[in-house]
Design a binder for this molecule. Structure first.
Ligand code: PLP
Length: 400
């Protein structure tokens, strides 16, 4: 669907039509996003918030309009709860550093899950090391289902935060956020949601969900690289110290003391990625024009079709068999090394991801070095799934 809006898809790789199945790493960008960004550089480029001239005012207005657009897209109560960052990784690091400095003390605990991306593990390890706190881990079972019934037993009076992914980038599992948040909130513990793999596939309403923080990257939702969002509830962001110092995040700077700007500017030091923010706005327009539900339905069809076809292949092992998944399928075939499978698929024009997918604890859970991962987006087709299956049937015997 809508392939004509993605010119990059119309090319040959090693004399084969490109089949792009690496969407969980990054999606392709529709023309409208690219044009929004080039139009900004061609006609409006100027630094925002500071200039008293026409271009600066226009750029500032458009940048702030995207903040309001994001607020509406994710159902936040206030636009000042939307902080622009470089992406999910920076959003999580911001909270780990700032929330960690304010609220984490020696002997405290942070809970993450066993299926987190490294970017929702390492920032918490660093924060815990700095503050003398401890990381605790909520496990998943062999089907890739989070053991949410064990969450309550991990929470106690020392727990300061639960950080959990909405969707596993390796297993595809959609986690029951409502239940996780309700359990944590019963203990008055805030919840950070890593929405990197959720935002492009699931309609999101942060107020209905009740999460305290929600993080995502534009480049995984048809937008540009280099920009992302931290949503934080006002009551938390207000209490958190600045993450980085610099221009724009201050009210007054004196050598005997500096005061900080109000939300969200307190957390946006320096010149932001204006073109990228506008590109994010355009990506949201694209998703809303197509409809998040339509995207999800199309991807679910591809996932079901691909899963059924893959299961026909001898020696196929699929990792992640939760009943509720998004459009990610991770697998190994026989004894073939995932890297070899990925390399041979590439020679046939098929782009997949191989390796640990920045989730080494997931690999440790299964005792494997990595997987091959195919992931789908709105522009993928059943014919492309057929290409993948045909290619695997050719490759697998070659790899013994
Ligand atoms: N969290 C999850 C679940 C992801 O899949 C990714 C990227 O693959 C990230 C976090 C990090 O996102 P980024 O590299 O855009 O900061």
């Amino acid at each position: 669907m809508h392939r004509e809006l993605f010119p990059i898809l119309d090319q040959q790789v090693y004399n084969h039509p490109l089949v792009y199945l690496d969407n969980a790493a990054t999606t392709q960008k529709p023309l409208s996003v690219v044009e929004t960004m080039s139009d900004y550089y061609l006609h409006q480029n100027s630094n925002i918030h500071r200039g008293a001239h026409h271009l600066a005012e226009q750029a500032t207005e458009r940048y702030e309009a995207v903040r309001r657009q994001v607020q509406q897209f994710i159902g936040a109560a206030h636009s000042h709860e939307i902080v622009f960052t470089r992406g999910t990784t920076e959003s999580i690091n911001l909270v780990a550093a700032s929330f960690g400095q304010q609220f984490l003390r020696a002997g405290d605990e942070v809970v993450v899950s066993e299926m987190e991306h490294h970017s929702n593990i390492v920032p918490w390890q660093l924060a815990c090391q700095r503050q003398g706190a401890r990381l605790r881990v909520l496990p998943f079972d062999d089907d890739g289902i989070l053991q949410v019934d064990q969450l309550a037993s991990l929470l106690n009076e020392h727990t300061r935060l639960v950080a959990v992914t909405q969707v596993s980038n390796t297993l595809g599992t959609v986690n029951p956020l409502q239940e996780i948040i309700a359990t944590a909130h019963q203990h008055h513990i805030p919840v950070l949601v890593d929405g990197a793999q959720g935002i492009a596939h699931i309609p999101i309403d942060v107020q209905a969900l009740g999460c305290d923080f929600y993080c995502f990257s534009a480049h995984k939702m048809y937008g540009p690289m280099g920009v992302g969002v931290l949503y934080g509830r006002e009551e938390w962001l207000d209490q958190m110290p600045p993450y980085q110092g610099g221009g724009e995040m201050i009210k007054e700077v004196r050598f005997d003391g500096t005061t900080y700007n109000e939300l969200p500017f307190k957390f946006e030091a320096g010149t932001p990625a204006v073109a990228e923010v506008l590109g994010l706005g355009s990506a949201i327009d694209f998703m809303q024009q197509v409809g998040v539900e339509t995207i999800a339905r199309h991807e679910q069809e591809l996932l079901a079709y691909a899963t059924a076809q893959l299961q026909q292949i001898d020696g196929m092992r699929i990792f992640g068999n939760a009943p509720h998944k998004t459009s990610v399928v991770s697998f190994l075939v026989g004894d073939a090394h995932p890297y070899d499978v990925g390399t041979l698929l590439d020679k046939l024009g098929i782009a997949v991801r191989t390796g640990h997918h920045c989730t080494q604890p997931v690999m440790d859970h299964y005792g494997i070095p990595g997987t091959v991962r195919a992931s789908f987006a709105i522009y993928n087709t059943k014919e492309e799934v057929d290409e993948l299956i045909r290619a695997l049937e050719r490759i697998v015997p070659m790899l013994g």
